[in-house]
Structure formats: structure tokens, C-alpha cells
Design a protein around this ligand. Structure first.
Ligand code: DAH
Length: 360
């Protein structure tokens, strides 16, 4: 049964004795639709409608015959090419084996030989992130997860970088064609965490969260710069919080992570989302210090959260204050384990990965 008016028109057309030029477009459409459903698309060339269309070329009035002929011919070429394209696509591809490798029906001998799980181990970054998270949890922080794709609002706007703020240029971000952003820092999570945890403040519950995450920058690569690396963001907000609390918190974490006392210093640095903003540096182990190079290594940006960032997330800056940091995970791991080149982490080099083979 044919219900669609369009399909009905086609049937009426097919019953007609001769065709005019204006019929061709509709018949062409119908032929293409039917061809797409055929198991062998080449057979459309033997379709009676197409044959009738070709036969009617000679019946056209002389003034229209040439154009009519060309149009029908083009249609034939198009249908042939479409059929060839489809056949090729099927021929070019190897068949897909849809049998499940772990199907209980497959005998052990016929199952694919895959690496057993005991051969692998967690990537060094994931192992060390686990160690860092444990320390922060013991210090009373909640662990939240960052994202692999984000937007302009969370990357910039909510962090007090208004549109066309020059500090946006400090982050050479990767973007999708839709304008989404691969986060260049884990600070993209600050606004979300502040908003999600702000309700506790009135009940004396501070906002205390760490957010480990993968970040991406269009960097020139060298021993200390990678396009993809990890940060742990930290946020702490309550009433009466000061820079002293921040320094104590970071120092406590670092001493637990390195398992030894550390020496640190801070120096002023501008980030739009903190006031004041600081860089946090630690003294390198003596064995690391190269003659002539600085003995201090910058490992994170930090500071007191800017009142505009608190306000934007619905936290009253005249009642509450807080600090935040974004620490470079690979840098800390490199320091702890004496790794000299950040690029090893992404290299997939087995000799490097095996040094960390522990937990699976
Ligand atoms: N997001 C900054 C960066 O990656 C680092 C940073 C600085 C994070 C200060 C913070 C902060 O939370 O308060 O360049």
C-alpha cells in the first residue's frame, strides 16, 4: 500500500507513456532511494523505469531532446558510480569477526592470545596520583574529578578573565571546531566545586576539595614541558582563612609526599583568579642541583581566591575567604623519583614504565 503522496506521484509517473524533463528529477530520486536498499546496487541499471526513461529520449520534441538525453545520461552515470562505490566499500574492508573473544563457547585453544593482566601495571602518573589523593583525604579534603573537555566559561570567564583579558593569552589552549576547550588547567573546576559545596559553609563546614586532572597546552616541548600533563587543584574556603593556612597546608602535603622536610619559598605572580597570586618553589635535593642553575624549582601556582571568583559562585567574599593552588603532578613525581625528562611519561617506553611496575 502506498500512502505517501510523493510515492503515489512516482507510481503515476511510472505508468505514463512518455516522460517530460520535469518528471526526471522525481524519478531520479525514487531510483536512488530504491538503489540504496538493494543488496546488489548495480541491478538498478536494469530497472524498467530507467529503461523506459532512456527509451523516451527519442520521443522528445527536437528542441528538448539534447537536454533530456544529457539529464538521463547523467542519472545513469550517477547510479553506476554509486553502485561501484558501494561495492568497493564492501570489498576494501576486511570482514569483521563478531564472535566475542571471551565467549564461553570458544575453546581455550581458539581464544585470542591477549596479554594477561599480570603483565601490566598502573601508569606511573596514576600510581602517584593515588598516593597524593590518599594524603589529601587524610588531611580532610574531598577528591573531585576534572574533565577532559570544557568550555570558555569554566576555563576563563568564571575565573575572572573577562572576554579579551590579556592573561587569556598565557594559556595556549586546544579548541574543538565547536569552540569547546581542552582544559589548560584544573582551575576549570573551581567554580563547580565552590557552587556544589557552598551550602555547607553556613553550617561551619569548610569547602575543602582537591581535583586531580589531565590538562592540555599547545607548548613547545622540552625536558620540562609537555602538551599533556596533570595537575592537582586544591580549594579551601571558610571564614577567617589566611595565606598562612595555605602555606601550612601545602607544606604538610609536600612533606608527607616526599617523606622528608622541605624548604620552600613563594614569589609574587599574577593569576586573575587569586589576589595575591604566588608561585610556590621548593629547594631541589642537593644531588639534583646543577652547577650554575637555580636550586629552586617552581611546582605550583597558588594564592587567595579572588573575591570575584567567590561572588560568581555564590559565596559571599565579605564573610568567607579561601585559598587555591594548582600543582604540577609530573614535576612532583620527577623530583621524588629523579626523572629528568617529562616526556618519558607519555613515551610508552617499557624500560621507563617497568621502573614503576608495582600495583596492577
Ligand atoms: N591554574 C594555574 C595554572 O595552571 C595555576 C594556579 C594558580 C591554580 C593559582 C590555582 C591558583 O588554583 O590559585 O597556570
Amino acid at each position: 500500500m502506498i500512502h505517501e503522496p510523493e510515492a503515489k506521484n512516482v507510481v503515476i509517473l511510472m505508468l505514463k507513456m512518455g516522460y517530460t524533463l520535469s518528471d526526471v528529477a522525481q524519478l531520479a530520486d525514487d531510483l536512488k532511494k530504491r538503489q540504496s536498499k538493494l543488496p546488489n546496487p548495480m541491478t538498478i541499471l536494469r530497472d524498467p523505469t530507467l529503461k523506459k526513461l532512456v527509451a523516451s529520449i527519442k520521443d522528445q520534441p527536437p528542441s528538448e531532446r539534447a537536454e533530456f538525453g544529457r539529464t538521463v545520461n547523467e542519472l545513469k552515470i550517477e547510479l553506476t558510480e554509486q553502485a561501484r562505490f558501494k561495492e568497493q566499500r564492501l570489498d576494501d574492508k576486511p570482514p569483521i569477526d563478531v564472535s566475542a573473544p571471551f565467549d564461553t563457547g570458544v575453546s581455550a585453544a581458539n581464544q585470542p592470545k591477549l596479554l594477561p593482566a599480570s603483565e601490566g601495571s598502573l601508569h606511573p602518573v596514576m600510581q602517584e596520583l593515588g598516593v597524593m589523593e590518599d594524603i589529601f583525604v587524610r588531611m580532610g579534603f574531598r577528591v573531585e574529578r576534572s574533565r577532559l573537555i570544557d568550555d570558555d566559561y569554566h576555563m576563563f570567564e568564571s575565573l575572572n578573565f573577562p572576554a579579551s583579558h590579556p592573561a587569556r593569552d598565557d594559556y595556549d589552549t586546544f579548541m574543538t571546531s565547536e569552540g569547546l576547550i581542552l582544559p589548560a588547567h584544573t582551575s576549570t573546576m573551581q567554580h563547580r566545586v565552590l557552587k556544589a559545596q557552598r551550602a555547607g559553609l553556613a553550617h561551619g563546614q569548610p569547602i575543602a576539595a582537591v581535583i586531580p586532572g589531565r590538562v592540555f597546552r599547545n607548548e613547545d616541548l622540552d625536558a620540562t614541558h609537555e602538551h599533556t600533563f596533570h595537575q592537582v587543584e586544591g580549594i579551601y574556603v571558610d571564614s577567617g582563612i589566611s595565606l598562612g593556612d595555605m602555606m601550612g597546608t601545602i607544606q604538610t602535603f609536600l612533606e608527607a609526599y616526599f617523606n622528608e622536610p622541605i624548604e620552600f619559598k613563594t614569589q609574587p605572580f599574577y593569576f586573575p583568579f587569586v589576589e595575591p597570586g604566588l608561585e610556590f618553589l621548593i629547594k631541589m635535593p642537593t644531588s639534583w642541583q646543577k652547577p650554575g642553575s637555580s636550586q629552586w624549582l617552581e611546582i605550583m601556582g597558588c594564592g587567595m581566591i579572588h573575591p570575584n571568583v567567590l561572588k560568581e559562585a555564590g559565596v559571599n567574599p565579605s564573610k568567607y575567604s579561601g585559598f587555591a593552588w594548582g600543582m604540577g603532578v609530573e614535576r612532583l613525581i620527577m623530583l621524588k623519583h629523579g626523572i629528568e625528562d617529562i616526556r618519558y611519561f607519555m613515551s610508552g617506553r617499557l624500560d621507563f614504565l617497568k621502573m614503576f611496575k608495582g600495583e596492577v
